[in-house]
Design a protein around this ligand. Structure first.
Ligand code: SAM
Ligand code: FES
Length: 346
């Protein structure tokens, strides 16, 4: 089996059947340690021991969509909705800047109250206040023209997970108003416009098979994104998937290792979902090939309301506390948090 990992290391991809055979071995400890040691080596070649921070500003939990897995889906009448004002968003940036963050991620549900003019004004104000910082959007599906407007206003990057690259699986996770084809079209448009683009998927989402994961890997190979975010699916009590099991931490880590071997320069976060499933999940993510962390910068008053899945961590701490905690975690494993934008480098 190590030969497959060596082949992946050398060719940056595998045949479909080979990926499947490899994934099926994710519980083999010796094999996964071999994979992760190669992945760590590649991360170190590209980034040294540097870990980049992205300050996450969860600016709205209103959403017009009803993704079946998501705690803030439109159909969840128990969700306590909120929106941040431009002033509140800028305050988050100020706190983040003073803590050394040089990337801000505006993430939210698909909230139509944030019309284009409002978003453009927010992006421009962030850019004006913090010209040396990168702005990442994670606001879901929009038209080419809309994405272009935000780009021209100063947005640099965009995160849009494809969620699953298998049509049938996509249908089981989403209502008919959403389509995989449109999601992929959005990703292609974002690339065309010039954004640094991130995509990704949940590991262990309901009805996912190993074959689905192979399709995810092949889709990512084809798209060549600059960033790849994956994390375990975690059930939310107010969704129809409440009783489904959460995704496996070991499989998530194995996939992070595979993705690093496939994409040496990609920015790969160790996600909050990984940290929620395992106290040391984010450290393990870094030791498996990740090089990015995304601490929460949202005001403490709204953190619990951005409730995508049950038991989400870091909802009770101030940004400064999270920052200190993460820095300690990173240095405990021999890495260091750096005060850099952390752009994709060819
Ligand atoms: N609305 C934007 C979008 O669709 O890209 C951004 C917000 S959305 C909540 C961000 C990500 O949260 C999704 O891409 C999804 O993968 C993840 N997510 C949602 N529900 C989740 C769950 N129950 N477990 C793990 N991740 C989840
Ligand atoms: Fe829209 Fe989750 S359903 S953000």
């Amino acid at each position: 089996m190590k030969q497959l990992i060596d082949k992946l290391y050398n060719n940056q991809t595998l045949e479909k059947e080979e990926f499947l055979t490899l994934l099926q071995q994710y519980e083999d400890k010796e094999l996964s340690e071999y994979l992760h040691s190669l992945a760590r080596g590649l991360s170190e070649e590209s980034f040294g021991k540097d870990i980049y921070l992205r300050g996450l500003i969860e600016f709205t939990n209103y959403c017009k969509n009803d993704c079946y897995y998501c705690g803030i889906r439109s159909g969840n009448k128990n969700a306590d909705r909120y929106r941040l004002s431009k002033e509140q968003i800028l305050e988050c940036c100020e706190v983040g800047y003073n803590l050394g963050f040089r990337t801000f991620v505006l993430q939210g549900g698909e909230d139509l109250a944030f019309k284009d003019e409002i978003l453009v004004d927010i992006i421009k104000s962030m850019k004006k206040g913090y010209p040396e910082c990168a702005i990442t959007l994670s606001i879901g599906e929009r038209s080419y023209e809309q994405y272009k407007k935000y780009y021209e206003a100063g947005a640099d990057r965009f995160l849009l997970r494809h969620e699953t690259a298998n049509e049938e699986h996509y249908r089981l996770l989403h209502p008919d108003s959403l389509s995989l084809e449109n999601r992929k079209e959005c990703l292609r448009n974002l690339k065309k416009i010039g954004y640094q683009v991130g995509t990704g998927f949940m590991v262990g989402s309901p009805y996912q098979t190993m074959e689905c994961l192979v399709e995810d890997l092949l889709f990512i190979k084809e798209l060549e994104p600059h960033m790849i975010g994956i994390g375990p699916f975690i059930p939310h009590k107010d969704t129809k998937f409440a009783d489904f099991p959460a995704g496996s931490v070991d499989l998530t880590l194995f996939l992070i290792g595979i993705l690093r071997l496939m994409n040496r320069k990609a920015l790969i976060p160790a996600t909050t979902a990984l940290g929620t499933m395992d106290k040391k999940g984010r450290e393990k993510g870094i030791l498996s090939g990740s090089n990015v962390l995304m601490p929460n910068l949202s005001p403490i008053t709204v953190r619990k309301k951005y409730d995508l899945y049950d038991n989400k961590i870091c909802t009770g701490e101030e940004a400064a506390e999270c920052n200190g905690c993460l820095r300690r975690r990173v240095s405990s494993i021999g890495y260091q948090v750096v005060e850099k934008r952390g752009d994709y480098m060819e």
